[in-house]
Ligand binder design. Sequence first.
Ligand SMILES: Nc1ncnc2c1ncn2[C@@H]1O[C@H](COP(=O)(O)OP(=O)(O)OP(=O)(O)O)[C@@H](O)[C@H]1O
Ligand SMILES: [Mg+2]
Length: 246
Amino acid sequence: MERNRIKFEFLVHDLKVPLAVIEAGILSLLQKQDKYGELNDKQIKILERALRNTIVTRTLVNDALELGRSSQGIMNKSTFTPAQLVEQTLIEVLDLTDHSTADAIKECKALADLKTCLAEHGLFLEIDETFWARDLYLDESKVKQIFRNLLINALKYKKNRVLLKIARGEGCLFITVGDDGEGIPSGYHKKIFECYFQMDMKTDHCVRGHGLGLAGVQVLLEDMGGELFLESDTGKGATFSVKIPW
Ligand SMILES: Nc1ncnc2c1ncn2[C@@H]1O[C@H](COP(=O)(O)OP(=O)(O)OP(=O)(O)O)[C@@H](O)[C@H]1O
Ligand SMILES: [Mg+2]
């Protein structure tokens, strides 16, 4: 690896320790009020917001390291289920924007409950009951990072609805994330995967992002031997489907 790249990755890596200390500190204040003093509602709100943002930063640091690892061709396969993938990613993403839905998801015991709960919030989950708890053997953090980025985009650009579909193909996993937003004209279907490229959107999205998410998704997918399909046009929403071999 090039020297400057190593220095950069090392710096990102070293952010993990102070971040963990900050996170643990905030958690202690929130969870051990008998030891550190009682908090009022305003203080709790501020600490919870600080905690959520620490978690965002931790996720970003891990993502950056994962991209570096991926470009070295390193795979880290483990066993996980579609249920874990979907629930954990949804909670992680919604915890930042929609606390109450994230909490409601945590309460869901069965797949049917989860589907109902999500549908009430405009999220429609399609997955076969028999596939839900099946073991997958893939690089979990890469798959999660892909799913998370597509989900964040869909939530950012949707009008009312987001469709999530997880399915099993011949020797592969399919993840589909669709929304009913402005859509992407066909002339931009390649460009949106370039680093820092963002379309000029009329709608003002409070979090603008950096135009890096899809470029990262593409890199991770290539490293796993996967493929991405995009179906979208102006005014027709966008549906991103990824196919990951196992
Ligand atoms: N679901 C979608 N609907 C409409 N446009 C989209 C959608 N997903 C991505 N795009 C367009 O593709 C661009 C690139 O997406 P990408 O995820 O790489 O970056 P970003 O979301 O703008 O920022 P980042 O992911 O770095 O936070 C977006 O800025 C947007 O213009
Ligand atoms: Mg994005």
